[in-house]
Design a protein around this ligand. Sequence first.
Ligand SMILES: Cc1cc2nc3c(=O)[nH]c(=O)nc-3n(C[C@H](O)[C@H](O)[C@H](O)COP(=O)(O)O)c2cc1C
Length: 189
Amino acid sequence: MRTYQVAYFVGSLSSTSINRTLSRALIGLAPGDLEFTEIPIGKLPLYSPDFDSDYPAEARAVKDSLAAADAVLFVTPEYNRSIPGALKNAIDWASRPWGHNSFDHMPAAVIGASPGSIGTAVAQQSLRAVLSFCNARQMTAPEAYIQVRPGLISDEGQVTDSETEAFLQNFIQEFRVHIERVLTVLPRS
Ligand SMILES: Cc1cc2nc3c(=O)[nH]c(=O)nc-3n(C[C@H](O)[C@H](O)[C@H](O)COP(=O)(O)O)c2cc1C
């Protein structure tokens, strides 16, 4: 059985991030042939084209992780109705130098959690626009806007509500189907 390597970004630097617990829940509910590796973003310097000829180690690590992956998953909060700066910075690093865009043709999915009722919908639209320009092959459905109330997901990623658990399980299963479809026509080199 072949496995698919999924690199994932958590768009929050918070030590108590609900998006990190969401990522744990998704990993726990994922099909057995998906293997997950987080790409840390907290120690990346701010991107500047001045680095294009000589990327720092943290940024090289981001690009190496994406090169080793079959697909990429974004689990992100919404900051001021947009993408958190730390995540956008990581995407900018990965998209450059010009001609070496790490997201080119890569299967991708987006999900996010917020205590607010629209569950990161605006940030996700913003992120989708960025990923579209980066030529990632996004899963467009199902969408997943997760409103988190205290206790919905334990720190370990256990989902306490069966409807939410089934929804998340379907989301990650659909991502697996999407990955296989994309890689069938656009194999990773
Ligand atoms: C700078 C900042 C901006 C925020 N803007 C939004 C927002 O636009 N929409 C929203 O639903 N929540 C917003 N929030 C609240 C976050 O959804 C909430 O803090 C959430 O827990 C962040 O996710 P995390 O726990 O994974 O860090 C904002 C929080 C911060 C710190």
